[in-house]
Design a protein around this ligand. Sequence first.
Ligand code: PMP
Length: 355
Amino acid sequence: MNKYWSETIKGIAPYVPGEQPRAGRLVKLNTNENPYPPSPEVLEAMKAAVTDKLRLYPDPNCSRLRETASRHYGVPAEQIFAGNGSDEILAFCFKAFFDPGDTILFPDITYNFYEVYGELFGVSYRTVPLTESFEVPIEGFFTDNDGVILANPNAPTGKTISLEDIEFLIKRNRQAVVIVDEAYVDFGGESSIGLIPKYDNLLVIRTFSKSRSLAGLRIGLALGQRNLIEALIRVRDCINCFTVDWIAQAGAIASLEDTKTFTHYIGRIAATRSRMTEHLRESGFHVIDSSANFLMMSHPVIRAKALYEALRERNIFVRFFPKPRIDNYLRVTIGTDEEMDIFYDALMDIVMATN
Ligand code: PMP
């Protein structure tokens, strides 16, 4: 530990992302990336930005992107904020809405970064246990708090919270900001964006990393009433106003304008998800119903860690979380049909060899 480090940094366990292996042929189903490419129009728009724009600082306000997003989501452009991936927006939220000593709530099993940001920014958090069947129990969020963060669909369970429950929760927490992280909502579930005109304490966060195949570009959006968006702008402008570069802005605009490729690939991923869920269940696996682009599964006999390691030896990467209640599950991203078949065949081989 370096003596120059702050006490906060010394004491913190950073977020551990899924592995990004470099080996030649591998099946990578561990970080919920989209197996299909962005559309040619997106690539063309990004190339044009490289040719025309690199000499210039990017538009800090992402004005064209916000106007395009406004048409797409039916929310005024001044109620939209763009950031360098939704992770950055989440980090900005911790600075924008909470003070050290405030207490926020999120489920005990959810996206790990909420906890890491809590530690980093000195914001206390209480976790609300998911039910036996991994549902989010909304009544657990009616206790005194300064903020609530929910992933909907939740990660890594893939389970959704109904819009009715979200609205009830917002109403019961008017003293606090309710952040709904909709990283996976395009794959299933209901968006809370329609509730924004009614509630000035709701912030919805979206990413282009999953359904829009742009994880490498780093782009996300926050949508909410002006009071919340202004706080995010203030934080950004105190840290780095140029977090979204020209290429990301151009790619994101083209992506929002291209509904056809987007809808086509979403449909394919959903079909592969149903097929895989069915096959795995037929083979004795417990699979949680998923509304996202991943499946959580467990085998009745073989431990998830052993399966994870055996798959890894075959260059098939899935996610294993050494965390209470989910440490006997594997989280597997929905890849192409070909990738899923390789995964499934390997899994069956491993199960046969273990029996
Ligand atoms: N929220 C959730 C629930 C996620 O799973 C992820 C991806 N790991 C993110 C946010 C961050 O996505 P990005 O920073 O790529 O937009």
